[in-house]
Design a protein around this ligand. Structure first.
Ligand code: PBG
Length: 328
């Protein structure tokens, strides 16, 4: 036999040894479940392009919150889908809209046993589907949009949201929202900044889930995926403005960005496994191309390995159940 002092296979021989030296893990408390709640539904309605995910009714939202608590998840991120939309997205500020209703109900149900998170963005409320308000020439008005986010965050905090998900990619949004929240006394409300959110083709099923009416694209506000340096700038700006958590989105095609961000950030990192990534894997599994559970596990762990403390995933409940059965 060849003399080989270093034989890495020694530590791979037994499952117990492999477990002993495993560097990356995932706990339910590190996952957040995105939840869609649609006005007017009486029962959940599956989203056809997003396997395993439904638009919930206010009634079924309670069940989801109970399941998320039972599973030990970190939280639920709520997206509201209203029946009516308009040009200005004004309805986003209404305390009686579906997002506020859902947040209020989830917060009452949860009683602090998980974090209720709310999407602070106008795209579900505007008839043109953009994340902000349009000016006379039809482009998204940055500062007008951020001032609306500030007001929206305050009313969502009043409704009981613990965490504000700032997904609009407007310049200065973190600072404006922090100031508005503090001025209203919500100094402990957490800001989750979608700092490095790219103009991605992987948001397709989400747009079906929220019945988006977007025409065109979001390339004037979401980042160009060719530019890692710009992602660093966005992250630094959000840190300066007081972001409590930094998010990279999507996840799998952006693990390099996530790794860099984790190294430069002095706050926790999050990553969002988005709808298109989810749907691609489900589709591959349905076609027998990959072993579904093994592939989900490998991909979620890759996001943790790259540096995410928290993962937003539509598989959160299911993946949490595997950790209980020790199938990780
Ligand atoms: C915008 C928002 C989007 C997603 C989360 N928040 C869509 C977009 O930017 O077009 C996408 C999430 C997913 O694809 O799962 N409020």
């Amino acid at each position: 036999m060849t003399f080989l002092p270093h034989r890495p296979r020694r530590l791979r021989r037994l499952p117990a040894l492999r477990e002993m030296v495993a560097q990356t893990t995932i706990k339910p408390a590190q996952m957040v479940l995105p939840v869609f709640v649609r006005e007017g539904h009486v029962s959940p309605k599956p989203v056809s392009s997003l396997p395993g995910v439904s638009q919930h009714s206010l009634e079924s939202l309670d069940t989801v919150v109970d399941e998320a608590i039972e599973a030990g998840l970190a939280g639920v991120m709520i997206f509201g889908i209203p029946l009516e939309r308009d040009d200005t997205g004004d309805q986003a500020l209404s305390e009686s809209n579906i997002l506020h209703e859902a947040v209020r109900q989830a917060s009452t149900r949860a009683r602090g046993r998980l974090a209720v998170m709310a999407d602070v963005c106008l795209d579900e409320f505007t008839s043109h589907g953009h994340c902000g308000v349009l000016n006379a020439s039809g482009s998204v008005d940055n500062d007008l949009s951020t001032s609306l986010y500030g007001r929206m965050a305050v009313s969502l905090a009043r409704a009981g949201a613990d965490v504000m998900g700032l997904s609009g990619m407007m310049d200065g949004q973190v600072g404006v929202v922090r100031e508005a929240l503090d001025a209203a006394g919500y100094v402990d409300t957490v800001i989750l900044a979608y700092s490095a959110k790219f103009a991605s083709s992987f948001y397709g099923p989400f747009r079906d889930a929220v019945e988006s009416s977007l025409e065109g694209d979001r390339t004037t506000y979401q980042q160009d995926y060719r530019n890692p340096r710009e992602a660093k700038k966005e992250i630094l700006l959000d840190l300066e403005q007081g972001a409590d958590i930094i998010m990279v989105k999507p996840a799998w095609s952006y693990l390099d960005i996530l790794r860099d961000a984790a190294q430069m950030s002095d706050v926790p990192m999050a990553a969002y496994v988005v709808s298109g990534e989810h749907a691609m894997l489900e589709s591959a599994a349905t076609q027998g191309i990959v072993d579904r559970q093994a592939a989900i596990r490998e991909l979620l762990l890759s996001v943790r390995r790259a540096g995410a403390d928290v993962i937003f995933t539509y598989w959160a409940l299911e993946a949490a159940s595997w950790t209980k059965e020790e199938q990780w």
